[in-house]
Design a protein around this ligand. Structure first.
Ligand code: SF4
Length: 630
């Protein structure tokens, strides 16, 4: 639920720097796993389950946003979400002559039965589209395994749980907000998105005042109960991030549903499963993280005026759609919440330090893998060591982590070994970098420079289109751009003519040397700094020659904070010791890069050195970088 945009909004809405509920859950599973997955972006091959949940949840939220016809008119049997989703891909709207008069709960159920086949079809269309666009699919898996019956069962689960809310609302006489709805429509400061109302951007006042369709008195109708019980969901029409952002910007959470009809608040998270896997262990932490963010953002100064807040937070629920099952999570009391806040803050501090130096990685500390009964009920662990090994066995980083159990690591390494090399030892031997390539761990990290800072330390747009501050450092005729590694990554530059810039990260962008500043950097008067080795501006290392085996592939595209489309294609290479992300942006995504597959051994010569949230990111220059694929 949006309150305001994040500080320095831009790509930071998806920052690897900010602690999120899913990042926290990964950290609790194993901090080292978090490092690989979140810090350096190493992912697993895509399996259908990774995309089913996202698309089914979008379909359900779109269904909850529906408004039925008023004034005695019938409602056409068309899902607004289906037509919205099709329009995003330039497809024609679907039409139908079927329609239903909404007279009671049963007619709402009848209308849903009419539109359900089109929801299933649209979910399948999106699943196929996303699957095809994915550059790295798990071998032996295909989206064709996902049958209509499975999608329908998940959708029916979400429909049943929401209809329980509507019936409870109806049976409770419409709840305490009925009169407000009847006077002027949705009364909340941040209203529940509805297809028949304008979308509301974060921080914007909704100005909702329409009560059309509501009765003036008497017992509530089913139409009214559907309207009142509609939860807050993420509005797909709004491009801005719709998360709860910590006022200081270091934490954020994106909730699925917020129910408010009964005068209290319940935060719910949907899961497209029955809740039997070990991943269900993270639900309580995830929802309690939302509890904390909810609590601290209630009196945020950026909240829009007007409307009501909805009351006290009274419950946290997991909605397992396959079943369906509702899992209730106890709220933390104030004292425990305060302790947890301190713990989360400490975790965030550890996150920012992980990977800053090649030997400083978050600790390898796997939690036991706990299986569950349907509905997310944990089954007791009998052998903790074996349960921890199960967590490692499912870990993206099992081959690269020196703390993974011997057997698990051997299995993961053997799956990376091409048959022609015969053994893991031969693979490791083949991966030893040969000149001019260096080890990934030898990428120059932090250095110190001194000189005169010229130009106002002010806004410029970096390669992600986000607003960062920048200026230049000058010595004689040599000038180098200095800029923040990300929005709000560094504070102010002190006044003074001769400054020392300490622990800054060297890099190159558009063939110009850059020095990146983040929270680990420092700027002092040069006269105050002694016993520190400085690098001359003309000798700043900015290029990397690397070699290794490709261990993951990925890609993203979107629209940046300035409204310009962007695209990036990524791979991770492993040199037998370390893993680094390699990125090609926009026109640098050439045919050679596009053709790179997991398992290829590649050499990348004269790549640009860049940084992403404190860790190196090697970038392809379309003219100067050479890629050799073996
Ligand atoms: S292999 Fe095990 S210890 Fe290593 S990162 Fe993965 S879960 Fe953690």
């Amino acid at each position: 639920m949006p309150v305001v945009l994040p500080p320095g909004a831009g790509y930071l809405g998806k920052s690897r720097r900010r602690i999120s509920a899913s990042g926290l859950v990964t950290w609790e599973r194993c901090p080292r796993q978090w490092h690989y997955r979140r810090r350096i972006g190493l992912n697993d091959a895509t399996v259908p389950e990774m995309i089913i949940g996202l698309v089914v949840e979008d379909a359900l939220c779109g269904l909850y946003m529906e408004r039925f016809a008023t004034d005695g008119k019938p409602t056409p049997a068309i899902s607004s979400w289906v037509n919205f989703s099709r329009s995003q891909n330039g497809l024609d709207e679907i039409t139908t002559s079927e329609q239903t008069f909404i007279l009671g709960i049963n007619s709402i159920k009848g209308w849903i039965e009419q539109v359900l086949p089109s929801l299933v079809e649209e979910v399948q269309r999106l699943l196929n589209q996303r699957w095809e666009a994915n550059p790295w699919k798990a071998s032996g898996r295909d989206i064709s395994e996902v049958k209509d019956e499975r999608i329908e069962a998940l959708l029916r689960g979400g429909i049943q749980l929401q209809l329980e809310e509507v019936e409870n609302c109806l049976n409770s006489g419409g709840g305490p907000h009925l009169e407000l709805y009847r006077t002027s429509g949705d009364p909340f400061t941040i209203p529940a998105p509805c297809w028949d109302e304008e979308g509301v951007k974060p921080g914007e006042r909704s100005n909702r005042a329409t009560n059309s369709g509501f009765k003036t008195d008497g017992a509530p109708s089913a139409w009214e109960a559907w309207e009142i019980a509609r939860p807050w969901v993420k509005d797909p029409r709004i491009a801005e991030p719709q998360r709860l952002f910590h006022p200081d910007g270091w934490a954020a959470g994106e909730m699925d549903l917020v129910h408010r009809w009964d005068g209290k608040i319940r935060i719910c998270d949907m899961k497209a499963s029955a809740g039997t896997s070990g991943y269900s262990a993270g639900l309580a932490n995830q929802l309690r993280f939302y509890q904390w963010l909810w609590t601290i953002t209630r009196d945020h100064s950026g909240r829009p005026d007007g409307g009501i807040s909805g009351g006290e937070l009274s419950g946290l629920e997991g909605w397992y759609l396959m079943g369906p099952h509702r899992k209730m999570i106890d709220l933390l009391d104030e004292e425990t919440l305060a302790t947890e806040t301190t713990r989360w803050h400490n975790i965030h501090q550890q996150m920012t330090l992980s990977g800053l130096h090649p030997t400083h990685l978050a600790p390898a500390d796997p939690a036991p893998w706990i299986t569950h009964q349907p509905g997310g009920k944990a089954i007791a662990v009998e052998d903790e060591k074996a349960a921890k090994a199960l967590t490692c066995g499912r870990c993206t980083a099992a081959a690269f982590c020196d703390e993974s159990p011997e057997k698990t690591r051997a299995k993961a390494l053997s799956s990376l070994t091409p048959p022609e090399l015969g053994s893991t030892e031969n693979l490791l031997q083949a991966l030893v970098p040969k000149p001019p390539c260096t080890k990934i761990s030898a990428i120059p990290r932090r250095l110190n420079v001194k000189g005169e800072v010229k130009g106002h330390w002010g806004p410029l747009s970096n390669h992600f289109g986000e607003a960062v501050r920048g200026a230049a450092i000058v010595v004689g005729n040599t000038s180098v751009v200095i800029e923040e590694m990300g929005a709000d990554a560094f504070g102010e530059i002190p006044a003074g003519s001769e400054l020392a810039l300490l622990d800054v990260a060297p890099g190159l962008w558009r063939r110009m040397t850059r020095l990146y500043l983040d929270e680990h950097s420092d700027v002092k008067l040069a006269s105050e700094v002694t016993d520190i080795e400085f690098t001359r501006l003309g000798l700043i290392p900015t290029k990397a020659n690397l070699s290794g085996q490709v261990v993951s592939r990925g890609g993203h595209s979107g629209v940046n904070a300035l409204g310009k489309p962007w695209s990036m294609s990524t791979c991770h290479i492993w040199d037998g010791e370390s893993v680094v992300e390699v990125v090609a942006f926009g026109s640098a995504i050439n045919r050679t890069f596009e053709g790179i597959k997991v398992g290829d051994r590649i050499r990348i010569l004269s790549a640009e050195l860049g940084w992403r949230d404190g860790v190196p990111q090697v970038r392809i220059d379309q003219r100067q970088t050479r890629i050799e694929v073996k």
